[in-house]
Design a protein around this ligand. Sequence first.
Ligand code: HEM
Length: 378
Amino acid sequence: MKCPHDPFRDQRKNSPIQTCDFQGETVPMILRHGDLRAACKDWKTYSSDAPFRVPIPSEEELRRVRQLPIETDPPEQTEWRKIVEPFFKRAKLPEVIEAVEKLFDEMLDLAAKSESIEIVRDFALPVQSRALTYLLDVPEAEGDIWTSWGIHVFKDGDDEEQKGMVLENYLREKFDAAEENPGDDFFSALTKATFQDRPLTRDEMMGFANLAFAGGRDTVIHTITSIFSYFAENPAALESLKGEPKRIVAASEEFFRVVTPLTHIGRVCPVTTDVHGFEVKPEGRVSMCWSSANNDEEVFDSPEEIRLDRKPNPHVAFGFGAHLCLGAPHARLLVRTLIEKLSERSFSIEVLERVEKVENEESYSRSVGYESLVVALN
Ligand code: HEM
């Protein structure tokens, strides 16, 4: 993996924004690191209180419920966030760290036994699914069900009617069971939770669960896959990280910066707003372009270079401000452990086949990891 081409570089030098048409709407994308951080703090101007419209393209067709807490603004967002925070903090528990280490050991043992392995489906997806069971405190076997849904379950099912229904049907069963016989898991906690002294509606429970499943799926899978690709081409870099936990942490951050699996995310302007010279009409959208900000040469020295020891590294791959990614500690644990385990085993990684995943939009295209990556581990 080379540092992916930064499609916003030239525009960012000349202008703080780039416009792009999404689903017939012209959206200004905020390109510069400083502007983007300021906009993330200014949630009154750039609001997330917009069901289905925080993701770009928007997701009216993909799900039926508002995702929580991401599609809300402070101060309610702070209250929503508190409901699920204890689960996301589990990524720091010794037993969760140990379970993730064991998971990578098992998966790498399996991978090393096969002649070749397709990393997206046969490594990253099962790792992501099983690791999520530790976070949500549900039996590990549930992870196999989530893996069986395949890669594109939340995005592009073949049948319009079926889009998103696999997850929705699954969640309905889980909440029914939890209401009948509550335990300590994520689903049960949502059935017991209250917001402003009232129980959650079923749609609110669904909204939390939908994001917990969708938010960490492609993002984690693309990051893991890109790391395999990078170390296949840079074996000495892997070797140099062996037994160097601090340097592994720095390397993880650089992978998050370079991969930035979520190119951008939307905000909605409640009133007419001048966004760096572009007039956004009420209810019009603006994009927070994390991937451009993460390549801003005013902040990152030679951003096109992958420097595993980059410090400081104030990347915004996990967002910034009130909505800072709740899953970041979990994603960091996974990436750190992957690098630790790969370097411990001194694997040589050979790429046999690769199909890049490219996000093609009206005014840019950007490489975001791989559709598939077949490697041999020796
Ligand atoms: C490399 C992996 C990941 C990346 C790059 C990433 C990226 C992001 C970004 C940019 C945001 C901010 C959205 C905004 O400002 O509107 C966010 C929020 C969020 N992410 Fe992640 N994410 C990752 C992994 C995960 C995982 C593993 C989970 C869950 C298991 C997760 C769950 C969430 C949730 C719940 C929020 C909403 C927080 C809030 O609104 O307060 N993410 N993520």
